[in-house]
Design a protein around this ligand. Structure first.
Ligand SMILES: CC(C)(COP(=O)(O)OP(=O)(O)OC[C@H]1O[C@@H](n2cnc3c(N)ncnc32)[C@H](O)[C@@H]1OP(=O)(O)O)[C@@H](O)C(=O)NCCC(=O)NCCS
Length: 179
């Protein structure tokens, strides 16, 4: 449990559970409030996320408070390595241990599926995200380059600049979504 001692961040009763297809709309709305998130037109569409959840029905997590989705992690695996995408907590709900609790729940779900390692991308300039992963005890790899190969030109990444406002980077190569 998070210390919850900071009066600015009073503890909030939070329920963490696996994400289902029914959660898509609320989770997608949350993503659009997370500054810096890269939302992909194809990968993050309802059709694709539902397909992702069908392949990985037990591992993605959401945090709920008062019936609202206040945090989420897309998490899956390919039978060998686990992956986290779009790890986020609503801005006004941060520093209460909710992110950490979701990570723990997703890690436990991957362990149940016999996965031994998890990887994720964090933009190098994401100060908060990198501080978070360091706190969680994850190892930053400096000995690797990240390669990717786009297969679908329609899969355009749009970065969230301000909540509900988006800037389109058309033609830009797909950027790995953080977290
Ligand atoms: C990263 C994120 C999910 C963390 O969620 P959270 O619920 O606030 O995290 P927690 O309260 O569980 O924080 C755990 C620890 O991480 C570290 N941490 C979290 N936010 C931090 C911040 N803003 N500055 C420095 N350290 C931070 C702290 O060590 C914290 O422990 P403490 O509060 O006891 O000091 C949230 O800030 C977020 O949604 N950020 C925007 C999206 C993003 O960057 N996601 C990660 C992409 S790789």
């Amino acid at each position: 449990m998070h210390k919850g001692a900071d009066p600015k961040n009073p503890p909030v009763h939070t329920h963490i559970r696996p994400m289902t297809a029914h959660d898509y709309e609320k989770v997608h709305a949350l993503w659009l409030t997370i500054k810096g998130f890269g939302i992909r037109s194809v990968d993050d569409s309802e059709e694709n996320i539902v397909r992702f959840l069908q392949r990985n029905p037990h591992t993605s997590m959401i945090a709920e408070a008062d019936g609202e989705v206040i945090g989420s992690i897309l998490c899956g695996h390919d039978g060998r390595t686990g992956c986290f995408y779009h790890v986020c907590v609503r801005e006004d709900m941060r520093r209460r241990g909710i992110g950490l609790s979701m990570v723990e729940a997703a890690v436990a779900a991957l362990k149940r599926e016999h996965i031994s390692k998890i990887s994720l991308f964090a933009f190098a300039d994401n100060v908060i995200g990198n501080a978070f992963w360091e706190h969680c005890g994850w190892t930053k790899r400096d000995d690797m380059n990240n390669y990717e190969y786009g297969l679908n030109k329609e899969n355009v990444t749009t970065f969230v600049t301000e909540p509900a406002k988006k800037e389109k980077k058309s033609g830009a190569p797909p950027v790995p979504a953080e977290g």
